[in-house]
Write a protein that binds this ligand. Structure first.
Ligand code: A3D
Length: 318
């Protein structure tokens, strides 16, 4: 029997997720949104492409939480995206309210699913989702690091004029301006990026500008689009996580995961490399970081912690 993926939020990312999942025949899809017509319209449109693309996944749109029952995976994009000039943290108050409703809907109707959160501000919203639902931390994870890493790899591949497939990399920390691309753990054709700088294959100045562009990668797209934020690359990243769970691929992926002492962080969701398999987050990998990376990681954790404290002021029940 085909697996079932429910998508909470049928906006830009939700619709793209539905299309990608159907094209891969990864699962049957339930597209849920409070805007009923949007979910039903997109589902029908994608379903009508099956005659051309030849996929057999079923896809329905709904505004009824009962339709998500027994989902293998749930991917959440319900919420409001950024407008030009806004940062992700500006979305906190409104998206907290939305995530509370979503948490209740999931807990009541499909509590055993693997849950991937994409709604911003990511690390704090995924943390709130876990607190509101009280479901196991190994089954709730946030998508951000895969996207940030893919952006970093893309910019590097363009600068070095090499295939992106020759670059392995990891961006750690919170999904914000403090994210931490790890140079020692960025391996290009067998050599670390640190070595690339030493060998003068890329200047420190150029690398700094790529790191800065990666950190502001979301804002660059928000500014260009003028309406809405990035959705193709975020959706592709969410599918990568869902696939690793459904097919038990045990891929190592940078995700916002609940830390319980790892990296000296306790009780907070932050971006780290995790192994995703049939049991959800099966392992958190503790990488060796250099002093500067540790420093930057700490700053990033502090930013997430401060924003979560703000969330607690908005809703003392958190
Ligand atoms: P958008 O196209 O506006 O879709 C959001 C959808 O959520 C809309 O269709 C709304 O109707 C729906 N919605 C609102 N309230 C509810 C609710 N209570 N229950 C169910 N659905 C609801 O936005 P988008 O798809 O472009 O982005 C979705 C979220 O992802 C935003 O918060 C973005 O900031 C975030 N995002 C995160 C990343 C990361 O890397 C973490 C990247 C890009 C966007």
């Amino acid at each position: 029997m085909r697996k079932k993926i429910s998508l909470i939020g049928a906006g830009q990312i939700g619709g793209t997720l539905a299309h990608l999942i159907a094209l891969k025949e990864l699962a049957d899809v339930v597209l849920f949104d409070v805007a009923e017509g949007l979910a039903k319209g997109k589902a029908l449109d994608i379903a009508q492409s099956s005659g051309v693309s030849g996929f057999n996944s079923s896809i329905i749109g709904t505004n009824n939480y009962e339709d998500i029952k027994n989902s293998d995976v749930i991917i959440i994009t319900a919420g409001v995206p950024r407008k030009p000039g806004m940062n992700r943290d500006d979305l906190l108050e409104i998206n907290l309210k939305i995530i509370k409703q979503v948490a209740e809907g999931i807990k009541k109707n499909s509590p055993n699913s693997f849950i991937i959160c994409i709604t911003n501000p990511l690390d704090v919203i995924v943390m709130a989702l876990q607190k509101y639902s009280n479901l196991p931390t190994s089954m709730i994870v946030g998508m951000a690091g895969i996207l940030d890493t893919s952006r970093f790899k893309y910019f590097l591949s363009q600068e070095l004029k090499i295939s992106i497939n020759k670059i392995n990399s990891l961006v750690l920390g919170g999904h914000g301006d403090t994210m931490v691309p790890s140079l020692n753990h960025t391996i290009i054709d067998g050599k670390s990026l640190t070595q690339y700088v030493k060998d003068k294959k890329i200047s420190q100045e150029k690398l700094d500008s790529i790191i800065d562009r990666t950190r502001k990668g979301g804002a660059e797209i928000v500014k260009l689009l003028e309406k809405g934020s990035a959705f193709y690359a975020p959706a592709a990243s969410g599918v990568d996580m869902a696939e690793s769970y459904i097919k038990d691929l045990k891929k190592t992926l940078p995700c916002a995961a609940h830390l319980n002492g790892e990296y000296n962080v306790k009780g907070l969701y932050v971006g780290v490399p995790v192994v995703i398999g049939k049991n959800g987050v099966e392992k958190i990998l503790e990488l060796e970081l250099n002093d500067q990376e540790i420093d930057n990681f700490k700053k990033s954790v502090k930013a997430v912690d401060e924003l979560f404290n703000l969330a607690k002021k908005i809703d003392p029940k958190l």
